[in-house]
Ligand binder design. Sequence first.
Ligand SMILES: NC(=O)c1ccc[n+]([C@@H]2O[C@H](COP(=O)([O-])OP(=O)(O)OC[C@H]3O[C@@H](n4cnc5c(N)ncnc54)[C@H](OP(=O)(O)O)[C@@H]3O)[C@@H](O)[C@H]2O)c1
Length: 278
Amino acid sequence: MEKTILITGCSSGIGYCVAKALHTHGYRVFATARRQESVEMLLNEGLESFRLDLQDSDSIAQAFEHVMHQTNGELYALFNNGAYGLPGAIEDLSRKALRDQFETNVLGWQELTNLVLPVMRKQGYGRIIQNSSVLGFVSLPYRGAYNATKYAIEGLSDTMRLELTGSNIYVSLIEPGPIESKFRENAVKMLAKYVDVEKSIHRERYRKVLKRLNTKGPAVPFTLPPEAVLRRVVHALESDKPHPRYYVTFPTYLFGILKRFLSTRTLDALLARSGGDH
Ligand SMILES: NC(=O)c1ccc[n+]([C@@H]2O[C@H](COP(=O)([O-])OP(=O)(O)OC[C@H]3O[C@@H](n4cnc5c(N)ncnc54)[C@H](OP(=O)(O)O)[C@@H]3O)[C@@H](O)[C@H]2O)c1
């Protein structure tokens, strides 16, 4: 069996780190990216790369066909990773803003997964690794759209796991807290694209949100480098019994416990104070 893996969103952050490291460790990595300039950058670094834009079904189908062509119709693993965060109070988000967020973060992932699953079923093994978030099980103010997409990924993954019982295909969720990447930089662009900050009743809070998003380097305590996610990806790929969920960073462990033991009301009181302004 050739250890092949298809990864989305490799231009920066976690996808870039995981693609480079797995390549170095002998995997055949298909390191895809949304933009051609990112593909060029990845090719220059010696990776196999081509375009895959999760907003675009044709792009997803072409990328999948390319992989199939390269591997004689086999694929060991898919790492669904490419995504963005759209900050903003839910009442400020248009239908279009929410739709775009779901197109990339959820529907693109599932469309790609549904192309890959028959291949894995036929070959009799496979690994689907979903880069979810601590925000896939706790909510923070001004993260509603992103929260909703990660909750959706958790729901789809939990159900796929049940439907794949006995298939030798494993679905693992990775749930990172804060990780160093371009995530905040990209979120600033999305806020500017989709939210009319000055017209919003939340404009004062947005100034604080922007201050946090524009902070250079770690903006919150317990931020880890993307290698922390890589370690869990490697376990999900190489363990005989991959975990259904991998926590990454202290905040994920903490909120995992708090979610289990606190009432919704008490947890709300705690969460309402965080996320929006630091
Ligand atoms: N950083 C964190 O604190 C954190 C915490 C928990 C979970 N995560 C998750 O980790 C994953 C990777 O994020 P990151 O932190 O590494 O942030 P990042 O540096 O912003 O990387 C995000 C990647 O997704 C790509 N992407 C965006 N829209 C896409 C589309 N339509 N099609 C294909 N790719 C697209 C970006 O490409 P472009 O460069 O072209 O925009 C980029 O390569 C995401 O699923 C995120 O939700 C991150």
